[in-house]
Design a protein around this ligand. Structure first.
Ligand SMILES: *Cc1c(COP(=O)(O)O)cnc(C)c1O
Length: 418
């Protein structure tokens, strides 16, 4: 028998248990398990941002063929350098420069395993004892999770629903201190579907510059816009403030499973190089795993040969879906949508709990909804806003209409008798 009084020295990190419990993946897992198997209707998933299984969102054959060709060439069976292979970095520099007032070089581009890893890298290299980072609320929760994992303090500034989810810049100024290193923006936005104007982005750049902090711009929804504001990359203001841009092919090419992303230095004044942050990013990448080399090998053809028609079709489907979503929500008493989505794949909707009989909060709403109607939504608390819900409209428009019809009858069934 083992000695029962033996003390093992390892302990669980409790902070990680709680971040992973509230991650989108974990919450979705619980919601999926709550689906009633006896419901004869198909479940409708408006929780996650991965429409790759729908025929209308299938990626372009150009991308599929580029992968096959790269694989068959036998040129990409080996290890790649930590920053990624040169032709891929050059192609991404070229691709992003087409939208910028200056030219990026391959040296500005680092390949990562999706945008997720780019977030991990940037948070990790910015972590110092005592440092803090400013994060938007609501937001994509990976930022909080990575900061918690790194033990980097984070402070939230609000996005203002009544102003198209613009950044509350007064709050940014009030939150920042001498230990603040960066602020994060997500544009086009997840979870809000916002697309920021040139003027607002310029104000963000000026505020960050005044505070002496860099901007981390999550542009994973780069050019996925279908409203009146065109997509303007934060790097446009790179001469006002140093910007680290993170992105990937996951959303625009609808291939999140391919795991190819980037971390790009959009800083024409070379401030990040001077302060050795670039060196630290390279050092970090040298001790990480890389995206598969044959996917890297396919990147030049994917970026250069994809036809505009492919993007146009996807954007048309998203525009149609977002219109359906916005119009149908107007018809559902227990939901209010303060701002029509103009980009990305999501919209934030407020729950009018005072109109509902037996629903206590957003989590209760989402669990009862999935049980009774087999419709999955993300509770707002997961992305930082209690008693809101996030709806993904990136699904086949006919299923979306079906789902919103089910949400409407759910709301009527749970309405308070007036
Ligand atoms: C999906 C998403 C990511 C992660 O992208 P991958 O390329 O799949 O790793 C990062 N940021 C935001 C805002 C996202 O919505």
């Amino acid at each position: 028998m083992e000695n029962k009084s033996k003390q093992w020295r390892f302990k669980v990190r409790k902070d990680l248990t709680s971040v992973s419990e509230f991650s989108i993946r974990s919450v979705l897992g619980k919601l999926y398990r709550a689906i009633d198997a006896t419901d004869t209707r198909p479940p409708i998933y408006l929780g996650h941002g991965d429409p790759s299984t729908f025929p209308c969102f299938r990626t372009t054959p150009v991308a599929e063929n580029s992968i096959v060709d790269a694989l068959r060439s036998a040129k990409f069976n080996g290890y790649a350098p930590g920053v990624g292979i040169l032709p891929a970095r050059r192609a991404i520099a070229e691709h992003l420069s087409s939208n910028l007032p200056y030219k990026l070089s391959a040296d500005d581009v680092n390949l990562t395993s999706g945008c997720f890893q780019a977030i991990e890298v940037v948070i990790s290299v910015l972590t110092q004892p005592g440092a803090n980072i400013l994060l938007p609320r609501p937001a994509f929760p990976t930022y909080e999770a990575r900061a918690t994992f790194s033990k980097l303090e984070f402070r939230h500034f609000d996005l203002l629903s009544e102003k198209g989810w613009e950044v509350d810049l007064d709050a940014v100024e009030a939150l920042a201190d001498d230990n603040t290193v960066a602020m994060v923006i997500i544009n086009p936005g997840n979870p809000c579907g916002n697309v920021y104007s040139y003027q607002h982005l310029q104000k963000i750049a000026e505020t960050a510059s005044k505070l002496g902090i860099m901007v981390i711009a999550d542009e994973v929804y780069d050019r996925i816009t279908f409203g009146s504001n065109p997509f303007v990359p934060m790097g446009t203001f790179g001469s006002i403030v140093p910007v680290i841009t993170v992105g990937s092919i996951s959303k625009r090419w609808v291939v999140p499973g391919w795991r190819l992303g980037w971390l790009v230095i959009t800083d024409p004044n070379g401030i990040l190089k001077e302060t050795k942050i670039v060196e630290s990013i390279h050092g970090y990448l040298n001790i990480c795993s890389d995206p598969a080399t044959f996917i890297q090998g396919a990147i030049p053809k994917i970026l250069e040969d994809t036809k505009e028609d492919f993007f146009k079709n996807i954007l048309n489907t998203l525009r149609q879906a977002s219109d359906i979503c916005y119009e149908k929500i107007k018809d559902i008493d227990c939901l209010t949508c303060p701002h029509k989505p103009e980009g990305s794949m999501f919209v934030m909707v407020k729950l009018n709990l005072s109109l509902l009989e037996d629903i206590v909060d957003d989590i209760d709403f989402c669990f009862k909804l999935v049980k009774e109607e087999s419709v999955v939504l993300i509770p707002g608390i997961t992305v930082g806003l209690k008693n809101w819900v996030r709806i993904t409209f990136a699904i086949e428009p006919s299923s979306l209409e079906d789902a919103l019809g089910r949400i409407k009858s759910f709301g009527q069934r749970h309405a308070k008798n007036q």
